[in-house]
Design a binder for this molecule. Sequence first.
Ligand SMILES: Cc1cc2nc3c(=O)[nH]c(=O)nc-3n(C[C@H](O)[C@H](O)[C@H](O)COP(=O)(O)OP(=O)(O)OC[C@H]3O[C@@H](n4cnc5c(N)ncnc54)[C@H](O)[C@@H]3O)c2cc1C
Length: 414
Amino acid sequence: MTRAKLHSIERRTALKLAAALWLAARNRPVSASAPQRVVVIGGGIIGCAISYYLAKAGTQVTLVERDSLASKASRGTFAWINATWAKQPRHYHRFSQMGLNAWHELESELGIPIRWGGSLEWFSSHERQVKLGTDIEEQARWGEAAKMLTGAEVSVLEPNLTVSGANSFAYSGGDGALDPVTACQRLAAGAQRYHATVMEQCAVRSALPNDEGTVTVSTSQGDLIADRYVVATGADPVATKALAGVTIPQRSTPGVIVITKPLRRLIHRVIAAPGIHLHQRDDGKLVIGEQEGAPNNAAHSLRLRERPTRFPDNATALAHAQRMLAIATQFLPAAAAAEVDEVLIGWRPLPLDGHPVLGTPNASPASYLAIMHSGISLAPLVGQLVAQELLTQTPSPHLEHYRPDRHFSAVARY
Ligand SMILES: Cc1cc2nc3c(=O)[nH]c(=O)nc-3n(C[C@H](O)[C@H](O)[C@H](O)COP(=O)(O)OP(=O)(O)OC[C@H]3O[C@@H](n4cnc5c(N)ncnc54)[C@H](O)[C@@H]3O)c2cc1C
């Protein structure tokens, strides 16, 4: 055997040994008592909400964010709080409805401005409209505040909206919308009032259990010792593997969000019109989101490979904004006067089956994963339930469908 071959076998053996040691370390059992110290990795709306409820319950929380709070999906999001017909099947719809209720509790507790008032939705194709009618009938059977409205009824609710081209509209009365950056900041500040530590510009590199039942979370600002850690890293494709030893299959997709400068009040509800979504925040800013994803061509594939959250230059960003404003103006003519404030690209954290991932994977007993789409709608509920599960060490029946070790089948959503 040549020396090079021997060297390569030794190297492979050493790598296998290192991997076995890493796995053994990751699998170390954790203490059965409630954790006193928890590190939450990721300062989006999910990490902020979990930190808030853990800290409120008396846990010593350290929230670690690689960039700044609300800098990824929780910034480039449409931020519609909803439990519409699209939330399927029944258990996920019920979960989303609980999410809305949890926001009602939280908004006054932390002074987070939310515009409630429901949503209006319709499609351009006849087939889609027929299906929408069936979906709303199902909602009514489920006891939800959803119904079909006529154009005349919509014109009373939203006088500035042009509603020609359709004769019926789905109205989901319980929905709302908010400013996600303010929500994250208020949650983090709330956690700090309960003595949580918030570390921004701080990347977590690894999290490994120690012999005595604690965990060392290594960050770019030094090591943290905790009893448990939460991985709330959103759409990051490698974080769950690197930090908890499991791959969560995600079909993360980008979306463009345009935010205008404040306007006089033009609309009161979330408008999901053909091709475009709109709502007007409490501060008067119009938020516009696209229904279609990025074009499927070589130039976009190349550019999107790095998952950018900003456009390459202002001119490109403005071109996207003007295109989306032009579509919005078809339904809301007064939007023509809008000036663009921000143009964002958000990457959806999207587990393959469209449902949240919540719980401790078998591969890593010290971790707790919290990765999901519709995180804006679900954040306070998830924050409460995750804190409760971690502190009581008792599985919540509300989370049984969303465990990380489930089989993920591909379901096209969002
Ligand atoms: C275009 C678009 C439209 C959407 N519309 C809606 C909607 O209308 N309603 C709704 O409910 N949901 C919507 N969503 C989904 C929702 O925005 C997300 O589910 C939610 O923001 C996810 O929050 P998060 O905290 O899990 O992730 P993020 O906000 O992405 O936060 C994760 C954080 O983890 C940090 N991080 C990653 N790795 C590390 C590390 N190693 N160390 C430290 N920090 C790390 C990242 O920097 C990031 O800040 C939309 C999303 C997009 C993109």
